[in-house]
Design a protein around this ligand. Structure first.
Ligand SMILES: NC(=O)c1ccc[n+]([C@@H]2O[C@H](COP(=O)([O-])OP(=O)(O)OC[C@H]3O[C@@H](n4cnc5c(N)ncnc54)[C@H](O)[C@@H]3O)[C@@H](O)[C@H]2O)c1
Length: 355
């Protein structure tokens, strides 16, 4: 089993990664947290697939646990659901010695993480991520949050889990479309920090949940995220590189939401990555040919790569709305070539030149 240690200034913890790890998690948790009770928080779909096995695993080890499932989907990342979960923990008399187990994708990870950060001013939590996005991204780094009607992730806390258990075999049941969305973030990691990983994606076949190299790729992404968040736990500097492709990606999501066009985060990020690489080439900041290489990798993994068809003015407006809190400068994450990212600060007025 791979162990990736995260040494954030606030609290160090370990990420455990292995195909087939899931079955042994109850016993591992029983050993790591003796005398604790466990509150398992999955969404209902993940609960139906994996919640029962986890619960009976705990019971086989004579450990008390309850399952508090929430409906699947982003709507569960709400203040109302957050409040309900806190109340249920209180009704079941959970105390400071007990542990919250987030079992699911990024929605459950963010929600249950924020519940753990808040209940009794903070109880321990572990993450068992079950989507590709959660395994490579959201379960690592300690950002927890719920959405407000005014916007996404507006209430939350930086709160590190006590451990993360990643079992890539759980991705076998993940709908293909969710897997593909996660691939956009996986490709992003290669582009910002790892030329060898990008070459592997470029030269090998498309990655699927069954790919033998998936475990190694997840390990690389987690290690990159670990390195970045250790350097910048509270997201004030270098952590920004994780947003490569996200400025244009968020604008695409915003424009599509406004027009009622279905768009997922991963697909929007994929287009954002391709667009900013192309802009970098036009400005002489990115090695010529890079955006073609990126397009090939995105295409191979069934991700979109062209923003043709989007109205440029609408995208520009959406970027400026998204960045309205900042001064007259904008920070863009760019790459020199695959594996080498940097922050590029521009005058707001020059943004049109980058689209
Ligand atoms: N905290 C962070 O650093 C961070 C980073 C990136 C994204 N996020 C957040 O993550 C959320 C998105 O996460 P997501 O993409 O994982 O979505 P999600 O949690 O909604 O999961 C997607 C869907 O997959 C289903 N599912 C999950 N695992 C499954 C499995 N193994 N088999 C079958 N079905 C499964 C879920 O029921 C859900 O319907 C957003 O709210 C975003 O803000 C947080």
């Amino acid at each position: 089993m791979k162990q990736i240690d995260v040494k954030t200034p606030s609290s160090p913890y370990a990420i455990f990664l292995e195909r087939g790890l899931f079955g042994s998690i109850p016993q591992r948790l029983a050993e790591a947290f003796p005398k604790s009770r466990f509150a398992i928080i999955p969404d209902e779909s993940v609960g139906a697939l994996y919640g029962k096995a986890l619960k009976s695993g705990f019971e086989d080890n004579n450990i008390q646990c309850e399952v508090f499932a929430v409906p699947p989907g982003e709507a569960s990342k709400s203040i109302a659901m957050f409040g309900q979960l806190l109340s249920r923990l209180a009704q079941h008399r959970y105390n400071r010695a007990d542990v919250i187990v987030a079992l699911g994708g990024g929605v459950v990870g963010d929600l249950a993480g924020f519940v753990a950060a808040s209940y009794l001013r903070g109880v321990r939590s572990v993450q068992i991520p079950t989507t590709l996005l959660a395994q490579i991204d959201s379960s690592v780094g300690g950002k927890t949050a719920v959405n407000l009607p005014e916007g996404k992730n507006l209430a939350g806390a930086f709160y590190q889990p006590s451990a993360v258990y990643i079992d890539p075999s759980l991705l076998a049941t993940l709908p293909e479309s969710d897997f593909t969305d996660g691939m956009a973030e996986l490709i992003k990691y290669a582009l910002i920090r790892d030329a060898t990983m990008f070459a592997l994606l470029e030269n090998g076949p498309a990655i699927t949940a069954q790919s033998p190299r998936l475990e190694r790729l997840i390990e690389r992404c987690v290690s990159i995220k670990r390195d970045v968040v250790t350097a910048d736990e509270k997201d004030t500097g270098v952590r920004m590189v994780l947003n490569f492709g996200h400025t244009i990606g968020h604008a695409i999501e915003r424009v599509c939401a406004h027009k009622g066009i279905p768009m997922t985060h991963g697909r929007a990020v994929a287009m954002g990555i391709a667009a900013i690489a192309a802009a970098g080439e036009c400005k002489g900041l990115t090695r010529p040919g890079t955006s073609d290489r990126i397009e090939q990798v995105l295409k191979k993994n069934s991700l979109p790569y062209s923003i043709e068809g989007f109205d440029r003015e609408e995208l520009l407006d959406a970027i400026l709305v998204d960045k309205k809190n900042l001064a007259d400068k904008l920070n863009l994450v760019m790459i020199r070539e695959p594996g080498q990212s940097f922050l590029h600060t521009i005058e707001r007025a020059l943004l049109p030149e980058y689209l």
